[in-house]
Write a protein that binds this ligand. Structure first.
Ligand SMILES: Nc1nc(=O)c2c([nH]1)NC[C@@H]1CN(c3ccc(C(=O)N[C@@H](CCC(=O)O)C(=O)O)cc3)C=[N+]21
Length: 284
């Protein structure tokens, strides 16, 4: 069997080594790219992700600043921290780890981040820029998926891309980026009638639902490209995706694993966006 697994770790490594060179060149010019991550509360999974983002920053020579706030932090305090970071010239990217405690409005927080430092690409201005094809920060997970397709030699043009999930941070922008590359896009979600009849037409299937191993072989068209955005725990507490990898792998032409697929790419594109933000300051 040929290797049909799209290895996000390997593709990440390649992109990160290019970024490392860009960081070195920026430092020569007096700009060290800096990412600030704000973590509210002490959810262990969020903490792990944040640590991994920090480590990745440092590995390519970037600066990383972690701001940890207690879970009962008032919304105004968080907004004030963001204002300080907006004004801090050493910081080129600001990421507020989601989800936030329920007493804080995520939209208010996202809108507080300067669009020029919104390396998540979540600010409504940047979403508008993405939708109209302007230069912006693309949301890291969908951006990472597009890079995986590109590095695997898969051109979405003319293909039917079916996305399961319609979140603001993954599903919705994923469709936009595929549309931009001339795919025909269908969105499926919890209210979709007869989902399988749609997913069975998919040349490219993106699963972003958050249900462990929901996507089995009967959802898949023979020869499809299957992208698994899910990060779940299975019944044994093991990390797994939304796709039942072992069940689907024979039928798919290409498939992304979990772990080692989309996850590392998400972090890579976060680094990419932060370097891009730092580069922009040279041209101002
Ligand atoms: N403002 C904001 N931006 C985010 O980008 C954001 C967020 N909030 N909140 C949480 C989610 C989740 N997320 C992940 C990124 C990488 C991996 C990753 O690298 N996963 C590894 C495995 C890690 C493990 O072992 O647990 C992999 O798939 O191989 C996972 C999850 C970013 N998120």
């Amino acid at each position: 069997m040929k290797n049909k697994t799209i290895n996000g770790k390997d593709i990440s490594k390649k992109i990160r080594s290019e970024l490392e060179e860009e960081v070195a060149a920026l430092i020569e010019k007096g700009v060290k790219p800096g990412l600030a991550v704000i973590l509210v509360g002490d959810d262990p999974a969020s903490k792990t992700y944040v640590k991994s983002k920090q480590k990745s920053c440092r590995e390519i020579g970037m600066e990383s600043l972690l701001i940890e706030l207690p879970s009962d932090t008032p919304e105004e305090t968080l907004l004030a921290e963001i204002t300080k970071l907006n004004e801090n010239d050493a910081i080129h990217g600001i990421l507020v780890q989601l989800p936030l405690p329920s007493h804080i409005s995520e939209m208010k927080v996202i809108e507080k981040i300067s669009p020029e430092k919104d390396v998540d690409g979540f600010h409504p201005i940047n979403i508008g820029r993405m939708m109209t094809g302007q230069d912006t920060f693309l949301p890291c997970t969908p951006f990472g998926v597009m890079e995986m397709l590109k590095h695997t030699g898969i051109d979405p043009e003319g293909k039917h891309a079916v996305i399961i999930g319609r979140s603001n941070i993954v599903g919705k922008p994923m469709g936009q980026l595929l549309l931009r590359e001339n795919a025909t896009v269908t969105y499926c979600h919890s209210r979709t009638a007869d989902m399988k009849s749609l997913t069975n037409q998919a040349d490219i299937l993106v699963a972003a639902v958050g249900k462990p191993k929901m996507i089995t072989a009967d959802y898949i068209k023979e020869g499809a490209v299957v992208i698994d955005v899910g990060i779940n725990r299975d019944e044994n507490g093991k990390l797994c995706g939304d796709v039942d990898f072992d069940d689907v792998k024979e039928k798919a032409a290409f498939i992304t694993p979990v772990p080692g697929g989309v996850g590392p790419m998400t972090i890579t594109m976060l680094l990419y966006n932060t370097v891009k933000s730092a580069k922009r300051t040279l041209n101002r």
